[in-house]
Write a protein that binds this ligand. Structure first.
Ligand code: IVH
Length: 674
């Protein structure tokens, strides 16, 4: 205590230090995010940021409104507040051809008798956002929602470095809103997905989903780690004091917003088309995705004259690019067997360039699609890239079909275990029925069982495969018989990783019943259904013995699910697995006493380090009461490091290096609202 007081700054010193740190960090940020130059290392940056955070907490009166500490996120929210838009957030009418655009131009010219100037812009493929500034300070950011009202995601938007918290000196209106698109760059997306894959999390299908999934997270600290960016394209307000859209974009750039320099003023449909044709090709060189071009009447008086329809402005329209198609040769077909036994055909193609990437594989979805395409080996197929990462085959160039080429017939037997495939009525997919012996189904089932939302055992795809290959596991119950002497034989496993894994398996024994039920991987029993079943029946024996009628009485349970449950519990292999899990101590009934705690920490892992106002065991108990998990070692999978007094410096450094949220005991209580 004496030492702390001795070093305590006086108020003036604190203010000066806060000012210096704020401006230095802002300078580093600016150089990094706008000029791609790192002036200091990440670690040095974090040390300065931590110092600033500490000072701001102690002297909140001196914290700058645009402090760089806001960029790292703050408290976790329970839910987003719904906010009514001051100006409705409309969408745009779509066009797909030159004729459609000519019609738009004619409609505009019919209404306006003075000369028309249009602004052509890129149509960013992301998530629309409206950000309000009052006296130059960001005060609120809201998603589009249903156009009339959206979610208040201010805390998350504040973490996006390219959206200013405070505007540069200038003639901005006292109160206005700027709209734009939150995106993830292609590079950022690739890196981000790579990281997710490495830690066993599901990858996002495309940058748009990744951007919108990120902005809708309740933990802004997590949002801060996502590579989000934004382009702004529309200034809205009552007293803008501006005469046209192009000028508003120039002004927005002056005030500090990221505005693309690709917008162009044009005067005719021909020029619009030149712009479209240019970007239809050049879009492949951009580091973000666009799905078309937006054309806006430039003059604000003319815009006002044209007005709005119920859904969109009459002064703007979008032109959507046709999905790019290329032709490739069909070399062969792979059949992939998933966790549920569903067999998915994937085509191997001669390598082709499509939308800026080399494509060698395309999805064929199911047997019906192969049939309707009348596919033959060696065919030249038309491939298109839709919204998803894997392109799809949409047709065959029959003129190029080789004579005597062999028709593609869907396989009749499982490529993994040779069982005869079955197809249930009304289902598009063929299934391998050999649930208990077919390798990808066994591995898939175990991967599902150990998943984060299930038993949360710290084990990735590679470890499951290794355990299977070494014949250590054949079903989920085998996980609980694993021994250290077995695990040490796995490649890359050392004493510490073995201990961590065994510890993780041990702590999975306290998985709440509803999650365990979900973990079993019963067909059609997802997270919500499992919860409903657990709440209704309270233990596994009641579910086991429930009749179809009794099952159908439960909310959300239809015939398909009831049938699947009856079938599952009629199988002695499943009953044996459940029995073994029960014998090993897993919970197959609702824990009445833990019911009173909300699941606020579900799926979150904590490393607890240092001294607290209560004992470490108490802290650990609280974490587990609220659905969280305590682990001993920091890894990239750790969500929080709960740092008490005298936390070890090595742990602190590791947590910072892995960008893990470090929270104090106070922050922790806030997290769980106590
Ligand atoms: S202007 C009232 N400009 O496209 C007009 N929108 O389908 C407001 N978008 O909701 C929109 N790039 O999310 C505008 N340069 C751009 C755009 C753009 C992408 C999105 C936006 C909008 C949707 C309309």
């Amino acid at each position: 205590m004496f030492l702390i007081n001795f070093y305590r700054m006086d108020q003036l010193q604190a203010k000066q230090r806060i000012d210096i740190l704020t401006s230095e960090l802002e300078n580093y940020n600016n150089s990094y995010y706008n000029k791609s130059i790192s002036l200091i290392t990440d670690f040095e940056f974090d040390v300065l940021l931590l110092e600033l955070q500490g000072l701001e907490k102690q002297y909140p009166q001196y914290a700058h409104i645009d402090s760089p500490t806001q960029r790292v996120g703050g408290d976790i929210q329970k839910d987003f507040t719904t906010v009514k838009h001051k100006y409705r957030m409309l969408s745009l009418g779509n066009t797909y051809s030159k004729e459609d655009l000519q019609d738009f131009d004619s409609r505009v010219r019919k209404e306006i008798d003075t000369s028309i100037e249009y602004v052509c812009e890129l149509k960013y493929d992301g998530l629309a956002i409206g950000v309000r500034y009052q006296n130059g300070i960001m005060t609120q950011a809201v998603t589009r929602g249903d156009g009339s009202q959206g979610d208040d995601v201010t805390a998350n938007v504040k973490t996006i470095r390219s959206i200013p918290l405070k505007l540069k000196e200038g003639d901005y209106p006292a109160d206005f809103e700027i709209r734009g698109e939150i995106i993830m760059t292609l590079n950022g997306f690739a890196e981000f997905n790579k990281k997710r894959k490495k830690i066993g999390k599901q990858e996002f299908a495309n940058p748009r989903n990744a951007a919108s999934g990120s902005i809708k997270m309740l933990d802004s600290k997590e949002v801060a780690k996502r590579p989000l960016d934004a382009y702004l394209y529309y200034v809205v307000g009552d007293d803008l004091n501006l005469s046209n859209h192009y000028q508003s974009l120039e002004k927005a750039a002056e005030w500090g917003f990221k505005v693309s320099d690709t917008s162009r003023k044009v005067n005719s449909v021909e020029e619009i088309f030149e712009y479209i044709n240019y970007w239809d090709k050049a879009r492949n060189d951009l580091d973000f995705e666009i799905d078309g071009i937006v054309i806006k009447v430039n003059n604000f008086v003319q815009q006002k004259q044209l007005g709005f329809t119920a859904k969109s402005p009459r002064w703007a329209i979008s032109y959507k690019f046709k999905a790019e198609q290329v032709v490739a040769e069909l070399l062969s077909i792979d059949y992939q067997v998933g966790r549920t036994g569903a067999v998915t055909p994937v085509a191997n193609l001669s390598p082709i360039q499509l939308a800026g990437t080399t494509v060698k594989r395309a999805s064929l979805h199911n047997a019906d699609i192969i049939k309707s395409l009348d596919l033959h080996f060696g065919d030249f197929v038309k491939v298109e890239k839709g919204g998803e990462i894997i392109p799809k085959i949409i047709g065959v160039e029959l003129s190029k079909r080789k004579t005597n080429s062999k028709e593609v017939n869907f396989i009749t037997h499982c490529p993994e275990c040779n069982s005869e495939l079955v197809r249930e009525e009304g289902e598009a997919a063929f299934y391998c029925p050999n649930v208990y012996q077919c390798p990808p189904q066994i591995k898939g089932n175990i991967e599902h069982f150990v998943g984060r939302k299930m038993t949360d055992i710290n084990m990735g795809e590679a470890t499951v495969a290794a355990l299977f290959d070494k014949k250590f596991v054949r079903n989920v119950a085998d996980l609980y018989d694993l021994k250290g002497s077995d695990l040490i034989k796995l490649e890359g496993f050392k004493h510490k990783s073995v201990t961590n894994l065994l510890e993780s398996i041990e702590s999975s024994k306290s998985t709440p019943f509803e999650r365990l039920l979900f973990a079993l991987g019963i067909r059609f029993v997802g997270e919500t259904v499992a919860k409903k079943l657990a709440q209704h029946f309270e233990n596994i024996d009641m579910i086991k013995s429930a009749t179809s009628m009794e099952l159908l009485m439960v909310d959300d349970i239809g015939e398909r699910i009831a049938e699947s449950l009856i079938e599952y519990f009629a199988n002695p292999i499943n009953l044996e697995i459940i029995k073994r899990l029960q014998d090993r101590g897993l919970q197959f009934e609702i824990q009445k006493n833990s019911e009173s705690f909300p699941d606020l920490l579900q799926g979150q892992s904590f490393v607890v380090s240092g001294k607290f106002t209560v004992s470490r065991d108490e802290i650990k108990q609280i974490i587990s009461n609220f659905g969280g998990k305590v682990i001993s070692a920091i890894s990239s999978k750790t969500d929080y490091v709960l740092a008490g007094d005298k936390m070890g410096p090595a742990k602190l450094k590791k947590a910072e290096k892995l960008e893990i949220n470090i929270i104090s005991e106070d922050d922790f209580y806030k997290l769980i609202n106590i």
